[in-house]
Design a protein around this ligand. Structure first.
Ligand SMILES: Nc1ncnc2c1ncn2[C@@H]1O[C@H](COP(=O)(O)OP(=O)(O)O)[C@@H](O)[C@H]1O
Ligand SMILES: [Mg+2]
Length: 269
């Protein structure tokens, strides 16, 4: 679905933020992208969404080279949810907000409201269509921003640090929503620092460092490799340390609990 071939990107009068990334993401994958601040995660996400064009190499979205495809065609394939939802919201009502891109891209007016309602339902945002986006809580704004993207019915959803500013319960429910989208067959690419959530929800993790991919593999494998995490300046979570000490491949709460229970049963015998 997504293919990056030798992609480099340099900001005008800025650093080379992406330095030779080759990466394929298949249709229907749930991929986490992690890396320190400044590693190039946002730049990579914008390259995938076609908001930035590579300085070198190419990005293919479902076979379309992002350099040569109109924004409207790309927006129907890949939706990018900005890190700060407030940066995406500017309309007077929820309806206008979610309908904005639809109207812009010429969806028939009769189809717009239905799509808006369906998108809001997907993110479980139950507010009157006439309500102001600015009156929503931060978490609701985040869900609204995701709905704006979903209204276009994209095959790929890219979310840039969507858990920022959310408490744990809201993070979980956001990831449940992402899982639902993924189960519908959408490709989900999520940038986050929350590696415990990735271990639980993502099947694959890509680690970026200084604009390059330094690790790419099954999330449970990458995220239980405590030595690798430390070497690259990540602080493994307690769950990851515990999983690694237990020799458990999966640092998810349920996997750790299972391993502990098995070890306990062996001792009791
Ligand atoms: N608009 C910009 N202009 C110039 N430099 C930028 C711009 N955006 C990001 N950068 C630089 O590019 C590098 C990668 O940034 P970014 O992709 O935002 O990383 P991350 O999302 O992993 O924190 C950093 O060195 C950052 O300072
Ligand atoms: Mg970023």
């Amino acid at each position: 679905m997504i293919r990056l071939e030798g992609v480099r990107f340099r900001y005008p009068r800025g650093p080379e933020a992406v330095r030779g990334v080759t990466l394929s993401i298949e249709d229907g994958e749930f991929v986490g992208v992690v890396g320190h601040s400044g590693a190039g995660k946002t730049t990579l996400a914008k390259l995938i969404a076609g908001l930035l064009k590579p300085s070198e190499g190419r990005v293919l979205v479902d076979g379309m080279d992002t350099r040569f495809v109109p924004a409207s065609a790309l927006a129907r394939k890949v939706g990018y949810v900005f890190q700060n939802p407030e940066a995406m919201l500017f309309s007077a009502t929820i309806l206008d907000e979610v309908a904005f891109a639809l109207r812009n891209f010429g969806f028939p007016p009769g189809e717009v409201e239905g799509r808006v309602r369906a998108a809001l339902e997907k993110v479980d945002l139950r507010k009157p269509l006439s309500a102001s986006p600015h009156a929503l809580s931060f978490g609701e704004k985040r869900r609204l921003a995701i709905a704006c993207i979903l209204a276009m019915d994209p095959s790929v959803v890219v979310l840039d640090e969507p858990t920022t500013g959310l408490d744990y319960a809201r993070c979980l429910s956001l990831f449940e929503t992402l899982r639902k989208l993924n189960e519908e067959g959408r490709t989900v690419i999520v940038i986050t620092h929350d590696t415990d959530l990735l271990a639980r929800f993502a099947e694959r993790v890509v680690v970026l460092e200084a604009g390059a991919v330094v690790r790419d593999g099954p999330s449970r494998e990458v995220l239980s490799d405590v030595e690798f995490l430390r070497e690259h300046g990540f602080t493994p979570t307690q769950l990851q340390v515990l999983a690694s000490r237990l020799g458990a491949p999966a640092p998810t709460p349920s996997a750790v609990a299972e391993t502990l229970a098995r070890a306990w049963a062996r001792r009791a015998r």
